[in-house]
Design a binder for this molecule. Structure first.
Ligand SMILES: C[S@@+](CC[C@H](N)C(=O)[O-])C[C@H]1O[C@@H](n2cnc3c(N)ncnc32)[C@H](O)[C@@H]1O
Length: 246
């Protein structure tokens, strides 16, 4: 990923509506594990980037942030003392089997060369009964310049991400789309970018768009209320919660 994008994420991830809302969705999806006796537990923030999610997860246990990028880990070292940074590829993690109670990979597998090998590693390092949370960008037709900035390899559908988890030996307990309300603007943006590929210099990042943020934040809250009761049939993100059988 480009270092400017790490700087943009690092500047935005505490306050930007998308990151706040995504952490709230993570909290809901991981609730049974975060509510249990995880205090003192072990959490892996896989593909941690600059470390905002890991810092938030540190309220629930000891967090290790693994990432391939030295730039990302430099942000973690400088700004996130709650997270222990480890340089590693997700396809081959330097941790023993069953080392973690919770493993979160948030917008990561879509950048990884071998996402099946990475998912197998996430499944290997979670303890039996522990949780693996995958949240990834959905639908290839929503691909935009931002995907290029973060060196995206692919996007997922719900069946595709469920299949990755099952092939890794995990039992899927929840699979849903998230951010249904972002599909129309993301599709418009993707279409506009295809028509005018060199239109704007800032098109390569989604982090700094701003005008509709208060509206999106409200829609995010409403959608979370829905997601607490049922799944969404489409959205710009797909989420899978899975456990390792005992
Ligand atoms: C889009 S960022 C997401 C960062 C963070 N999870 C978040 O939600 O803000 C994707 C991260 O995955 C990392 N990454 C990509 N491929 C990787 C690999 N094979 N092993 C470890 N990390 C990888 C990148 O370096 C980058 O920091």
């Amino acid at each position: 990923m480009e270092i400017e994008e790490y700087a943009r994420i690092a500047a935005a991830e505490d306050d930007h509506w998308w990151y706040r809302n995504t952490r709230a969705v993570m909290a809901d999806l991981l609730d049974p594990w975060l509510r249990s006796d995880l205090g003192g537990g072990r959490v892996l923030d896989a593909g941690c980037g600059p470390g905002g999610n890991g810092a938030w997860l540190a309220a629930h246990g000891a967090v290790v942030g693994a990432d391939l990028s030295l730039d990302a880990l430099e942000f973690v070292r400088a700004r996130r003392p709650e997270t222990a940074p480890v340089r590693s590829t997700l396809e081959r993690l330097p941790f023993a089997d069953a080392s973690f109670d919770v493993v979160a990979a948030i917008t990561v597998l879509y950048c990884v060369d071998d996402d099946r090998a990475a998912t197998r590693e996430l499944a290997r390092v979670v303890r039996p009964g522990g949780a693996v949370l995958l949240m990834e960008p959905a639908f290839s037709w929503l691909t935009r310049a931002h995907d290029k900035t973060v060196h995206s390899r692919r996007r997922y559908t719900r069946p595709g991400l469920v299949e990755r988890a099952r092939m890794a030996g995990l039992t899927v307990t929840r699979a849903t789309y998230v951010y249904a309300f972002l599909v129309p603007p993301a599709a418009l943006l993707a279409g506009a970018e295809r028509l005018r590929p060199h239109a704007t210099a800032e098109a390569g990042s989604d982090v700094e768009r701003g005008g509709l943020d208060p509206v999106f934040a409200r829609l995010g809250r409403s959608e979370r209320a829905w997601l607490r009761r049922r799944d969404l049939p489409f959205g710009s993100t797909v989420a899978v919660v899975a456990t390792r059988p005992g």
